[in-house]
Design a protein around this ligand. Sequence first.
Ligand SMILES: [Zn+2]
Length: 118
Amino acid sequence: MEQAFQVDKRDALNRAINRLVGEKDDIDDDLRTARDKIAELEKEATPAKQKVTTEEMARLTALRCAHCGGSHTIACPRVKRIRFRPDGQSPAETEFWADDQWPHDDVVWLETLIVEDA
Ligand SMILES: [Zn+2]
């Protein structure tokens, strides 16, 4: 009687273990599927490059800013403060905004462009 009870307990334990192993496999499959889906969405979310002419690219490249690496005609939005040397030309000290504190959209990023002459 006692032995039969032990066997029942062991069978129940084995069933529970098998069920949990099966559930873990299902979860692993779901995670793999989710990871594939995320990779797919990230690929789709990569913005298409904006087309510019060789001339526009040359103009924007000439404007490329030493502070932010982008191109803009206004003062660099990344720069918070510049202290110039007495000659008034070369900066002695430049203070930048934190990366989340300046408007990246005010700058044209050359990496987002593709030259395509009409
Ligand atoms: Zn800049």
